[in-house]
Ligand binder design. Structure first.
Ligand SMILES: *Cc1c(COP(=O)(O)O)cnc(C)c1O
Length: 351
């Protein structure tokens, strides 16, 4: 199938001329006195508007990822990237997105905000994509399919062959949300952007980079898609503090690598410790920093842990996740406390 991005983009979006900021006009020139943006001239360290194009940050991300900066879009969290993708491609009231429950909840919320129906193709009960059913929805005004891999909350990464079939068989944008890719040993789809014009890969600084508080999400895609998203974003979507903090973290990659190694090893340690705990019936394999665990009674366990001051995510109402809790990997000290309480639980509540 020949996929043409121009046919997928909304017509009104193609025509939008972006708001030109004062900062757009001085780019590159040597300026000593800034009297162009009605800013306050007294130095509070934050009296200037941020770079709307986030050039320094994109150059650093480009260097780390080996991806040209023209293929990088930065948003106020992945949530902004999800929202902009939907608004760029989906006509309200007409077009649809597709998701694969159980998965991350924001795709559906963003679609509903823009009045787009959500097609749901459930994962099989061994958490695989149902490729035939997914492909059967091609051309039903389906504009965007969100694949979360590694998937939240199940933890697994989807089969490469399955995703390849979807990328070439579905005449729509395929977003692969790689929020947890850093915790996985599998390859990122960013390496394959050139092969698939309809591919958008999302990553974030919120998880492995430990910067959920600054709100920085990344979208990697063709130059055309990045250009469109950049044109419709809010001009100053990443504030000065976010850009500075992100750049600082990306320049100290050793700290990131150290913490990542600890979290991966702690996750693997929890898998083996959980396997010895009678109340845990199953630990699903995970490429993320969390473990989906099946308990004899998830609600009881959830309340028990809550009373001990530990909060986990109760996913027991999600498809294929009956009696499941999603437990994030903590620090080594926190994990010791968690395992201790789970071991004692049998005695305390006879679970
Ligand atoms: C945590 C998470 C994100 C991150 O969202 P941000 O807005 O970047 O913090 C994205 N996708 C999934 C599936 C997640 O679990």
């Amino acid at each position: 199938m020949k996929i043409n991005i121009e046919d997928l983009l909304r017509d009104n979006i193609k025509k939008i001329v972006p708001y030109s900021t004062a900062r757009d006009e001085y780019k590159g020139a040597k300026v000593d006195i800034f009297l162009d943006a009605n800013e306050n001239p007294f130095d509070t360290s934050l009296n200037r508007y941020p770079d709307p194009h986030q050039i320094k940050l994109k150059e650093k991300i480009s260097e780390i990822q080996g991806i040209p900066k023209e293929n990088i879009f930065l948003g106020n969290g992945s949530d902004e990237v999800i929202d902009l993708i939907i608004r760029a491609f989906c006509r309200p009231g007409i077009d649809k997105i597709m998701i694969h429950p159980p998965t991350y909840g924001m795709y559906q919320v963003a679609a509903q905000t823009n009045d787009n129906d959500v097609i749901k193709v459930n994962l099989t009960n061994n958490f695989r994509l149902n490729v035939d059913e997914i492909l059967s929805h091609a051309n039903e005004n389906l504009k965007v399919f969100f694949v979360c891999s590694p998937n939240n909350p199940t933890g697994n990464t989807f089969d490469v062959k399955d995703i390849e079939r979807i990328l070439s068989g579905l005449n729509s944008i395929v977003v692969i949300d790689e929020a947890y890719i850093n915790f996985s040993d599998k390859a990122s789809w960013t390496k394959r952007l050139n092969e698939f014009p309809n591919l958008i890969v999302m990553q974030t600084l919120s998880k492995a980079w430990g910067l959920a508080g600054i709100r920085l999400g990344m979208g990697f895609a063709s130059e055309r898609i990045v250009e469109v998203l950049s044109r419709i974003k809010l001009p100053y979507n990443l504030n000065v503090l976010t850009q500075q903090t992100a750049l600082n973290a990306l320049n100290n990659i050793e700290i990131y690598e150290q913490n990542l190694a600890i979290l991966k090893s702690e996750r693997n340690k929890l898998v083996s410790e959980f396997s010895e705990i009678p109340a845990i019936q199953k630990v699903f394999p995970s490429d993320g920093n969390y473990l989906l665990c099946k308990f004899k009674d998830a609600n009881k366990t959830y309340n028990y842990l809550m009373n001990k001051g530990i909060i986990v995510r109760n996913r027991s109402n999600q498809l294929h996740c009956e009696n499941c809790l999603r437990i994030t990997t903590g620090t080594p000290e926190e994990n010791i406390v968690l395992v201790k309480y789970l071991r004692e639980m049998n005695l305390e509540i006879g679970n």
